[in-house]
Design a protein around this ligand. Structure first.
Ligand SMILES: *[C@@H]1O[C@H](CO)[C@@H](O)[C@H](O)[C@H]1NC(C)=O
Ligand SMILES: *[C@@H]1O[C@H](CO)[C@@H](O)[C@H](O)[C@H]1NC(C)=O
Ligand SMILES: *[C@@H]1O[C@H](CO)[C@@H](O)[C@H](O)[C@H]1NC(C)=O
Ligand SMILES: *[C@@H]1O[C@H](CO)[C@@H](O)[C@H](O)[C@H]1NC(C)=O
Length: 533
C-alpha cells in the first residue's frame, strides 16, 4: 500500500519540477509562491535569477533600515538596481515581503504596517520570479504579468528596460543614502529627455545644454511616443533622437544606466571577475554645468581634473561638512543705494534667477538699477551689441570659466574692505582649506589594445583637422557673438567634429570596435555622440 503512494508523490514532484520554467540551475535559486514570504531575519531569503546575476530581497541600507531591493549579485560593492521602499526603510525585526494568496505582494514593517504593495489581485495562482534581465515579475499561472519592477525604475535602467512618459530615474541622496535625491532623468513636457535638479524651492533643468534649443542639440520634440532604452550591446536610443553607444560596445558585460547622486547620468559595465564597474559613457563632462552641486552663493571652479566649490569674497561656507549647503554672506546689505558698492568677479556667471534684463543699458545704468532694487544681489553686464544688463536676485549655480569674458558684480556694503581693494583677478581656491571641497569623479583611463591604435590615430588626425575648424569657428563666434561661453563653444565644435564620423564607418574600420574615442579627456566626445547619434 505504501509503495504506490510514495511513487505517486514522487511523480507529482518530478512533474512539478520539470514543468516549472524557472527551476534552478544553481542551488541558490528560488522564486516566491503565493502564500509564502521572505523574512528580513533570514539572510538566505533571497530570490536569485536563473543565471545568478541578480538577487532580490530585504537588504540593509543603514542602521536597522532595510529595503526590498534588487541588486547585482557579482558587484563588489552593493549596487542596487531597484528599490521598492527607498524613502521608507523597514525594521530589521519581523519585517516581511509576502505574496498573498489573492495575488498581492506586500511589504510589512515589523509585522504590522504595510509599507509598500503592488496592489495586484488574481484569481489564479501567482508567483514572483526574478528574470535574467533583472526584471522582478509577478505573474499568474496563465503567464499574465500582473506587475513588474521594470515599470517602476528607481535610479537605474537595465538593458531592454524602457524609460517612458510614466517613469523617471531619480538619483539617490548620496553614495551611501539610497533615499530619493535631487536629480531626475525624465521625458519633459516637450517629449525631450532632460535632467533636472530639484531641491526645496529650486528646480532647474541643466541637461542637455539649457542655453540651446532642442533642435540645435540634435533632439527632436515632435515624437510623442516618449520611449527610450538601451540594448544588450550598449546602444541607447530614444524617441527624441538621443542616441549613443557604450565605449565597450558589444555583447558581453552587464550594463546599467544610472542617474547618480552627483547629478551626472552614467552608463557602467560590470567587470564580473573583479566586481568593479567601469564607466562606458556619461552625459556631462563639464561638471560645473550640473546645477546645485555647490549650493547657493558658491562657485564651482575647475582646477585641471576635479571640480571644487569655493565661496566668493565676502562669503563663507555655511556648513564646513556639507558643501551643498553653499555659502552665506558675512555682511548685511542695506537697501539704501548709497550704502552699497560692487566687487567684480571676472569670468564668473551665476546661472538663472534674473530679476529682469534690460537691453541697451550702459554699465553705469545697469549698476544704478541694481543699487535701486533692494533685492538685487548682483548684476551681469554684457558689452555685446547694445549692452545687456541682467539683475540677479539669487546667486545660484555659480561657475567659473576663464574664457567666459563676463564679469559678475556682487553687491556688498560700501564700508566692507576686501584685501585687494575689491578687484579680484582670480578666485581664491583655498584661502580656507575647508572652504574648498573636492567633487566629481574621473574616467579611469583604460589600457588601449593595439588594434585600437589604428582607430586612435584616425581620431587624432581627424582631431587635428577639427582643431583648425575650432580655431576658425572660435574666431567666427568670437566676432559675431557676445554671450557664447567656451563651454557652449566646446559643444558646438564637438558636434561639428563628430558629424564627420559615421558610426558604420568606424565600426567597419575596426573589428574590435570598443569606441575608445570617448576615453581620456574626451567626455565631450561622448556628449557629441549622444547629441548626434
Ligand atoms: C537619508 O537621507 C534622508 C533625508 O536626508 C534621511 O531622512 C534618512 O534618515 C537618511 N537615511 C539613512 C539610512 O541615513
Ligand atoms: C518615434 O519614436 C519611436 C521610438 O523610437 C519610433 O519607432 C518612431 O518611428 C518615431 N516616430 C517618428 C514619427 O519619428
Ligand atoms: C528691470 O528692473 C529694474 C529695477 O526695478 C528697472 O529699473 C528696469 O527698468 C527693469 N527693466 C525692464 C526691461 O523692465
Ligand atoms: C558698515 O556699516 C554698517 C551700517 O552702516 C554698520 O552696521 C557696520 O558695522 C559697518 N561695518 C564696518 C566694518 O564698518
Amino acid at each position: 500500500m505504501y509503495h504506490p503512494k510514495a511513487s505517486q508523490i514522487m511523480a507529482v514532484f518530478l512533474f512539478l519540477y520539470s514543468t516549472n520554467p524557472y527551476h534552478s540551475f544553481s542551488a541558490t535559486h528560488k522564486y516566491l509562491r503565493a502564500g509564502s514570504s521572505l523574512s528580513v531575519e533570514r539572510s538566505n531569503d533571497v530570490i536569485v535569477s536563473k543565471d545568478g546575476r541578480f538577487s532580490a530581497g530585504l537588504y540593509s541600507v543603514g542602521d536597522n533600515a532595510y529595503c526590498f531591493t534588487i541588486w547585482f549579485t557579482n558587484s563588489a560593492n552593493f549596487t542596487p538596481v531597484w528599490m521598492a521602499n527607498r524613502d521608507h526603510p523597514v525594521n530589521g525585526r519581523r519585517s516581511t515581503i509576502s505574496l498573498k494568496k489573492d495575488g498581492n505582494l506586500v511589504l510589512t514593517d515589523a509585522g504590522r504596517f504595510i509599507v509598500w504593495t503592488t496592489n495586484t489581485t488574481s484569481t489564479s495562482p501567482v508567483q514572483l520570479c526574478l528574470l535574467n534581465t533583472g526584471n522582478l515579475v509577478l505573474q499568474s499561472s496563465e503567464n499574465i504579468i500582473l506587475w513588474q519592477s521594470f515599470d517602476f525604475p528607481t535610479d537605474t535602467l537595465l538593458p531592454q528596460q524602457p524609460l517612458t512618459s510614466k517613469s523617471k530615474l531619480v538619483a539617490s541622496q548620496s553614495r551611501t543614502n539610497y533615499s530619493s535625491g535631487f536629480y531626475s532623468f525624465y521625458f519633459d513636457n516637450d517629449n525631450v529627455l532632460r535632467i533636472y535638479y530639484s531641491r526645496l524651492e529650486i528646480t532647474s533643468v541643466y541637461w542637455p545644454n539649457h542655453r540651446k534649443a532642442s533642435w540645435q542639440l540634435g533632439r527632436a520634440n515632435y515624437n510623442t511616443s516618449r520611449i527610450a532604452l538601451f540594448d544588450l550591446i550598449g546602444h541607447f536610443q530614444s524617441s527624441d533622437n538621443m542616441d549613443f553607444f557604450a565605449s565597450d560596445f558589444g555583447i558581453g558585460p552587464i550594463r546599467r544606466l544610472t542617474m547618480e547622486f552627483d547629478g551626472n547620468l552614467r552608463l557602467y559595465s560590470l567587470d564580473e571577475r573583479t566586481g568593479n564597474w567601469e564607466i562606458s559613457w556619461q552625459a556631462i563632462s563639464g561638471l560645473c554645468t550640473i546645477h546645485g552641486l555647490c549650493g547657493p552663493n558658491s562657485l564651482c571652479v575647475y582646477p585641471p581634473d576635479k571640480i571644487r566649490c569655493s565661496c566668493p569674497p565676502g562669503f563663507k561656507l555655511k556648513d564646513d561638512t556639507d558643501w551643498s549647503q553653499g555659502c552665506e554672506p558675512i555682511f548685511e546689505l542695506s537697501c539704501d543705494p548709497l550704502d552699497s558698492k560692487f566687487i567684480v568677479l571676472p569670468g564668473i556667471d551665476f546661472y538663472g534667477y534674473d530679476y529682469n534684463f534690460t537691453l541697451g543699458a550702459t554699465l553705469q545704468e545697469c549698476q544704478n538699477m541694481c543699487l535701486e532694487l533692494c533685492s538685487c544681489k548682483a548684476f551681469l553686464y554684457k558689452m555685446s551689441g547694445r549692452g545687456t544688463c541682467y539683475l540677479k536676485i539669487l546667486l545660484l549655480n555659480g561657475y567659473q570659466s576663464s574664457s567666459l569674458g563676463v564679469k559678475m558684480r556682487i553687491k556688498v556694503p560700501k564700508n566692507m574692505t576686501i584685501s585687494d581693494g575689491g578687484r579680484l583677478e582670480t578666485i581664491p581656491l583655498s584661502c580656507n582649506p575647508k572652504a574648498v571641497v573636492e567633487l566629481g569623479r574621473d574616467y579611469k583611463q583604460k589600457q588601449m589594445n593595439s588594434s585600437l591604435n589604428y582607430l586612435w590615430w584616425f581620431v587624432v588626425v581627424m582631431g587635428c583637422t577639427e582643431l583648425i575648424s575650432i580655431v576658425i569657428g572660435w574666431w567666427y563666434l568670437y566676432k559675431t557673438n557676445k554671450a557664447t561661453s567656451s563651454i557652449e563653444l566646446g559643444y558646438i565644435l564637438t558636434i561639428i567634429g563628430f558629424r564627420r564620423f559615421s558610426y558604420a564607418e568606424l565600426k567597419k574600420a575596426t573589428k574590435s570596435f570598443s569606441t575608445e574615442i570617448g576615453r581620456g579627456d574626451g567626455g565631450v566626445v561622448f556628449k557629441a555622440e549622444l547629441i548626434n547619434g
